[in-house]
Structures are given as C-alpha cells and as structure tokens.
Design a protein around this ligand. Sequence first.
Ligand code: KIV
Ligand code: ZN
Length: 517
Amino acid sequence: MTTNPERVRIFDTTLRDGEQSPGAAMTLEEKIEIAEFLDEMGVDIIEAGFPISSAGDFAAVREITKIVKNATVCGLARAGFKDIDAAGEALKGAKRPRIHTFISTSPVHMKHKLQMGENAVLEAVGASVTRARNFTDDVQWSAEDATRTDADFLCKTVEVAIHSGAMVINVPDTVGYSTPQEYFEIITMLRNRVPNADKVIFSTHCHNDLGLAVANSLAGVLAGARQVECTINGIGERAGNAALEEIVMALKVRRDRMPFVNGINTTMLARASKLVSNVTGFPVQYNKAIVGKNAFSHDSGIHQDGMLKHVETYEIMRPEDVGVKETSLVLGKLSGRHAFRDKLEAMGYKLDDQSFADAFKRFKDLADKKKHVFDEDLVALVDDEIVRGHDLISVKDLRVETGTNILPGCELTLKIEGEDRRVKTTGDGPVDAIFKAIRELYPHSATLQLFQINAVTEGTDAQATVSVRLEENGRTVTGRGADTDTLVAAAYAYVNALNKLLVKREKQAPEALTVAR
Ligand code: KIV
Ligand code: ZN
C-alpha cells in the first residue's frame, strides 16, 4: 500500500471511546445523526461501536454502514474470535469496512488483566488479525497500553500484526501517561525497527489524563503517524481523548510547522461540538479551545483595543473558520414556514415533515414568549425536537405552584405509550415535585445523578437547556430538554432520560479478553 505522506487521516471515535464516558450513552437515532454529520464534515474513519458489547452497539454499527457515504466505518473487537466475527457481521453492508482489533501488551495489563504471558499475547495478535482479514482487507491492530509496554516486546507484537495482515497499527496511550517527546520516540522507534513498517499506517490514540492528548497526538504525527484517533469535544474514558477540533485546527493554523493535509471542513466544527454536547448532555467548558463559548471573545480593554486596531493582534484564527458566527437576530413571530425552513436549511438541518411541523409550532410558541429569537435559540429548539422526537413517554401538560410560603407542588400529565396519565404531587421544591410526579406516573428504580441548567442566550427570557443524568443497574443515561421555562425544560429532560433507559441497550461488562475461539 502506498501512503501519501502529506495526508493525515482523521479517525473519529466519539461513538465508541467517546460513548464509554459514564453518562454519554447515546440512542441509535443519536448515533446515526452524529455519524451522518461526521461523514459530511469529512472524517475519514468513523469508529461506530463495539459490536459484541451489546445489541445496541451491534445495531448502531450495522445501521451506520447504511447511511455513511464516504467514510470508512469501523467496528471494535477484542482479540477473541467471537468479538471479531460480531464486528465482521455488523460491518457486512459497509462500502468500506474496517475491523479494529486490540489486545493489551504492557506488563501490568498482561499480568493483572489478561493473566497471559508474552507468547500467548503474540499468538493472540497473529490469530486475531488473521481472523479479521477473513472479513476485510482493512484491519487495524492496537497494542492497548502501548506506551507502558516494553520496547522490544512492542516491536515484536507490531511485527506479528503486520505479518498477519494489519494495515493500520494504532499505538494507544491508554492511560494518558506519555509525554510528547516520549510518544514521538515510540512512533519513531516502531517505524525504524519493525520490519515492513513502511507498508502500514501508524496511528495515534491518546488519552488526556495529564492534559497532553492533543500534544502527544501531534508529536506522533511529526514522528510519522498518518492517522489520528480523536473525539468531538475530547469526550472519552476518564479525562477523555484528543479533541478532534483541536487537532484539526492546530494542523491548519500551524501548517508552517506541520505540513499535512486532512479532509475536514473546519467550518462544521462548532456545530459538531454542539451536536455532541446536546446528545450527551456534557456541556463544553467556556474556555475550551476552538469551540468554547469564550474561545473568540475578547473582554479585556487592552485586547478589545488591539482587536479593533488589527484582528491579528489577538486572533490566530477567524471564528468563521470553525463555524462560529456573530450572534444574529433571526426570525420573528411573523415569520412563516418558508422563512423558517430556509433558515433551518442554511443552518444545516434537514428535518422530516413531522419533525419540521413540530419544530415550527414550537418556534411560533417561542417567538410569542421571547422578544428576540437568535440562531442559538433555533439550534436549542431543533436539537431538542430531534432528541425527543422518538420518545415513548412525553410531557403533555405541566402546572407548577411554588413560592415563599407555600408547599411547592405540580400537576403533571404524561402520555405513556399513547395513554394520558395525570398526577398531583408536592415536593421540597418545584423540581423535586416534578420528578416525584414522573416517578409516580412511571415507577422506576433509576436514581438521579446530575441535574444541570444552562442558559442558551443572555437575558431573563433566555431558553434554558436542562440535562438530567439517571443511573439504573450500573447504566447511566443523560436526557435533555429546552424551554423558556426552566421547570418545563427540567420535566422534558427527565422524561427524555427515562426514554433512553427504556431503549434496551444493556452493555456487557467488558471482560479483559475473550480468546476462546
Ligand atoms: O485507549 C485504548 O487503548 C483504546 C483501545 C481499545 C484502542 O481505546
Ligand atoms: Zn481509548
């Protein structure tokens, strides 16, 4: 295989490693929506899931193969044949399928997690890659915990993987322990020492435990890696993975030091970030590079003065390069369907007829309540519509009574599988009363882990987006709701989380390895 040394492939694992963050579980519809967006944005490889881990992951990988137009679709598998066969089966319909198989190679993982010695691991590497090649030529092999692996043994495992037919060798810094210099040296060593290293693509996969994931990934690229694994907003296990938007913008802005190209349309980055944040309920920190709310705002007088004189005094990239636009007043209460549809299309939304009709009705209600409707309001409204569009349980009516000298209470009507059910409750506060009412109408054992409110725009009439995280039998889900009334948004968010719990997607607790053939 010939590789173009100038191109760096962007491998997105938001739907796999990203989804492994506690509370980031996504429904099938949400995964499909994100995959479509990533494909359109120009991601080269989408890791769509871990097919053996649950029926939900299997279905997600299979369905994503059907909608992706350009990207390679990848499924993860441990070294066991059952895992690999499940990945192969899930990827059957893909135009460009990739199986990504892995096993730990570090002494600590081999001893305590796998209880396997070096020879057994080497054998498993060969057998797993060979098995995966029965399904596709595009096989990627990862040495889990590569950065804490003995150098000679790492070289041996990579040699076996290449010899057995792997096309991509991924070098995970699984626990986020490495430093840029060290990671550079590991990739350089593998490229120099392993026979036939020039026949494969080396890939980075860096976790962010020390805040070095992006720096390490870029060091890997400088050492010759030509694939970077990353996630939108850097979500992922523990402190997360390298953030896609930071990698891509660093490569773009510092092309003078890193002369590589990739296929990402950077003007879609801000929306990708919002989409993933909305779906997972994980807010983006205000000062987050590239996509944080403050990434392009200049508050201090000195900076503002400099910016007015010449933008390059304090700006190394333009907000529009990443899709951040000036907040603009959009539509008013007299705007019709046509203008609403045009606006949504300009913002990149394609809604089916029913979702469009529902979103338009909600827009009219919003314009009645709120003087100024901004782009951000429409994004919150439409994303909320998409998130809740497939819910089995929905909020039909909510009345809340609260104040200083009364017991807070509410009257709530839910539509549950087509039937209206109503209840009156009181609570320690209005939110407590609403959540109690939901539990009475739809009894369940899930416990509340997080309740979080964010304002979409400024002002007391701003819409609120509320995130609610529920936990049941070790499974966590995050629901979301948006409304100008925070209490209504809270009810929407709780019910949305409950709906996600209802979607049966029980994940198998991942064991270390299933080498059983
Ligand atoms: O961090 C890691 O080692 C992984 C592997 C499965 C690639 O996510
Ligand atoms: Zn990982």
